[in-house]
Design a protein around this ligand. Structure first.
Ligand code: FES
Length: 107
């Protein structure tokens, strides 16, 4: 199973196993990572699953799509070029080792 590392704003890193086909948001929620709140449940309607893809993963994960980028404008924290809604990143074997940083707040 691919492993994903999520680093909270305070620097705490958590590496979790992810199921291919799930979203990164679903993976985080399943492992109790509460710095992702995901209020809309993955419907791309809230921006409370905001995450920053680590720079060296940005090309492989790709940028936010147009609708996703529009929704990111509602994110509570600074939006960076590597910002994504974690509910829109689908886990696959090719993302084994993915590293994400979380913003200080989601709301
Ligand atoms: S969970 Fe609401 S936009 Fe991702």
């Amino acid at each position: 199973m691919p492993r994903i590392t999520v680093i909270s704003a305070d620097g705490t890193a958590q590496t979790v196993e992810a199921k291919p086909g799930d979203s990164v948001m679903q993976t985080a929620m399943a492992h109790g990572i509460d710095a992702i709140t995901a209020e809309c449940g993955g419907a791309m309607a809230c921006a409370t699953c905001h995450a920053y893809v680590a720079d060296d993963w940005a090309d492989r994960v790709g940028p936010a799509g147009e609708t996703e980028a529009d929704m990111l404008e509602f994110a509570a924290c600074e939006v960076k070029p590597t910002s994504r809604l974690s509910c829109q990143i689908t886990v696959s074997e090719s993302l084994d080792g993915l590293v994400l940083h979380l913003p200080e707040a989601q709301v």
